[in-house]
Design a protein around this ligand. Sequence first.
Ligand code: OGA
Ligand code: NI
Length: 357
Amino acid sequence: MEATAPLVVKPSNVKELAESPDLRCIPYNYVYDSSNSSATNDIDDSDSIPIVDFSLLTSHDSHQRSTAIHHLTKACQGWGFFMVVNHGIPENLMKSVIDCTHEFFNLPEEEKHKFTGKHVLDPIRYGTSFNTSTENVFFWRDFLKVFVHPHFHSPTKPQTYRGIMSEYSEKLREVTRKLLGGISESLGLEESYLEKDLELESGLQIFVGNYYPPCPQPELAMGMPPHSDQGLLTLLIHNQVGGLQVQHQGKWINVKALPNYSLLVNTGDHLEIFSNGKYKSNMHRAVVNNKVTRISVVVAHGPSLDTIVKPASPLMEKENSPSANYIPMKYKDYLEMQQSSRIYGKSCLEKVKIQRS
Ligand code: OGA
Ligand code: NI
C-alpha cells in the first residue's frame, strides 16, 4: 500500500513523526516557504569563517593578546560569527554533552513531557518547532531548554546529565567571560566594562539541545528558520553533521563539520544593542537532511534578567555615535516579547531599533 502523509498534524514532537513507518511525504504544515527568507538561496561552502585563537586571547604576552582582539574585532564587525580554537574544554566533555543530549531525546515520551513548558522563563522546557502557539508552519526540530545560570537546573534523566551539563556550562561561562572581555576592549572600553554594565555575574545562561531527525523531504522542510539569537554570545557544538548555515553578505554559508572540536560563536541581539549597532547580531538557520539525525547544543549567554540593556554610554560620547540607536529595554521583557511573536529574521530587534529617516 502506498503510504501517504496526513495532510496536517499537530505534533507533540517531530521525532515521533519522523519515526512513523513509511513516512515518505511531510505533512502539509511542515512545508516551509523559503521565499520568505530575506537572503538569496546561494549556498557557499566556505572555509573563510573567521577563527579566534583563545590561547592568544588569554596569553600574558600583550602582543599576542592584541592580535586576538584584532581578530575578534574583524569577526564581530564583518561576520557576527566565528570559530574559537584552543579553548581548553576537553574533547571528551564535549562528546559527552552531545551523547547525553541525544540520550535525553531517546527517553520515553512521558519522561520528556514532564518538561513540556509554556512560558519562556520556565527553567526546563521541552518542545518542538519554535513556538507552536504562534506558528502555522512547524519546523523539523525538537528542543530541550534548560536554565543553567544564575540558578542551575537539570532534568534527572539521563542520570549523568546533571554532572556533565554543570561542568560544561561552567567552562563555557569562563570562555564567554574572556571573549566578552576581549570584545569590550575591541569597542574601546575597559576589559571589565561589559561584564559590569550587564551584570554578567548573575547573567542568564541557557543550555539548548536541538534534535533534527532525518526528514524524507529535506528541501521542503526547515529545521530552524533564519533568525538571530537573543543575548550576547551563543556557543554551539554539534555531532559533526552539517546543517547550520550562517548569513554573510547576503549569502548562506554552510558550516561543515567543526575541525578539532572548535566552538562556533554567534553574536546576539544584546551585543548589537550594547555596541549601538557596531556589532550586528548574526542571522543563521538550520536545514535538515534525509539520512542522519543531527544534534546540536547551543549555549546562550546573556545579561542578568533584570538588566536594562542599552547602548554603552561611553560609546555615545564618541563623535560618530552621537545618539543611541536602540531603545533601552529590560532583558527579561525582551525575552517575553520574543516569545509572543513569530520568529522571522531580526523582527524582534527591529522593535527596539530607533528608525531614522
Ligand atoms: C539555535 C540555533 C542552530 C543549529 O538554537 O538558536 O540557531 O545548528 N541552532 O542547531
Ligand atoms: Ni540560533
